[in-house]
Design a protein around this ligand. Structure first.
Ligand code: ISE
Length: 342
């Protein structure tokens, strides 16, 4: 049976997911789109004959034609919708971050624990990117021995209006926190942030770039360059260092051209292009799992653990200190942390 999905939030990611659910993945369709802005909700369902536009999420959750919920509102609005969807025992795909801080993320974890089954998948799409998945395989199978270090670069061309200094951590480095946990197969234990020479292209209040130093439970060290006003385009790349070699992922791909006295290719412009295929695989995995009554990717626990890393990161940004990440005990519902697959 086709999974009928209510998409909550018709902003940049919501629209992208509506397109994906409607045209690129199978076994699911959009039945409702909710946005506080009525015109935006209506525009989003314009090409979808079987979908209705609403302005109230509660109304959507009460409908008979909603089997699952995809949440793509701003992060501070997630908790309320996630908890209400959980009450209805609906499968949920919640865009990152799960919630803006560890305390609220833990409330979500506890609510899911009480329900007794996993219903929440968090939108950390990098785990579904082919190259990250391959690197995960190299680590799990110990093809080059043990993983020792990760060098990560996360560069964006520029930032939307209102992007604060904290958002470098909460909105951008949050992906690195998740993918470092995923690759290392264990939790992050501390975060440190160094502020070096800033670009003159950053808006007022943002110190950009920043250098984030991360340690995992077994001592894997990861350094992240977060640079969100890099001007030239989008780049998310990682070099993994092993006992017997290195693996580098995330280079630009596409045609190599020689013309009119120049050679080379095009720089990836943004995250939709870089991770478009990963989002497709992610949403397909979620929809397939939802129809089986389970989840197909990162869990509410991953949402909580990364929220705790972000909190430590923001504190580290402010104090310059190395800040310890303290997590509650992992509930049995989320199983054992498996190597390279948390
Ligand atoms: C944005 O919200 C994303 O999720 C992108 O993947 C990330 O590269 C960007 O820095 C964030 O602002």
């Amino acid at each position: 049976e086709t999974l009928r999905v209510a998409v909550i939030g018709a902003g940049r990611m919501g629209i992208d997911h509506i397109e994906r659910l409607s045209r690129r993945i199978s076994g699911a369709r959009v039945s409702v789109v909710v946005d506080v802005d009525q015109a935006r909700a209506e525009a989003a369902v314009a090409g979808l004959p079987d979908a209705v536009a609403l302005t109230d999420a509660d109304e959507a959750l009460a409908r008979g034609d909603v089997d699952a919920v995809l949440i793509a509102t701003p992060g501070f609005l997630h908790e309320d919708t996630v908890l209400k969807a959980l009450e209805k025992d609906l499968p949920i795909l919640c865009e990152k971050p799960l919630t803006p801080d560890a305390e609220s993320a833990l409330r979500v974890v506890r609510a899911e624990e009480k329900l007794g089954r996993q219903r929440i998948q968090v939108g950390f799409m990098r785990r579904f990117d082919a190259e990250y998945a391959q690197l995960g395989g190299v680590i799990r199978e110990e093809k080059l021995g043990e993983l020792l270090m990760l060098h990560c670069a996360h560069r964006n061309p520029d930032t939307p209006a209102g992007f604060t200094n904290e958002m470098l951590i909460n909105d951008s480095v949050v992906h690195e926190f998740d993918v470092i946990r995923f690759l290392a197969g264990e939790e992050i234990t501390s975060v440190q942030v160094r502020l070096g020479k800033p670009t003159r292209n950053a808006p007022e209040g943002q110190h950009d770039p920043q250098h984030v130093l991360i340690e995992t439970a077994s001592g894997v060290l990861a350094d992240v360059e977060i640079y969100v006003n890099a001007q030239f385009g989008y780049e998310v790349a990682t070099q993994a260092v092993f006992e017997q070699g290195t693996v580098t992922i995330g280079g630009d791909s596409g045609p190599y051209m020689r013309t009119a006295g120049t050679w080379g290719g095009r720089v990836t412009p943004g995250f939709e292009e870089r991770f478009g295929a990963a989002y497709d695989v992610e949403v397909q995995a979620w929809a397939d799992a939802a129809r089986r009554g389970t989840i197909g990717g990162p869990s509410a626990w991953d949402g909580y653990a990364t929220a705790a890393c972000c909190e430590a990161g923001v504190q580290a940004q402010k104090t310059g200190e190395k800040v310890t990440v303290n997590l509650v005990e992992r509930p049995a519902l989320y199983g054992q942390a498996r190597e390279a697959e948390l």
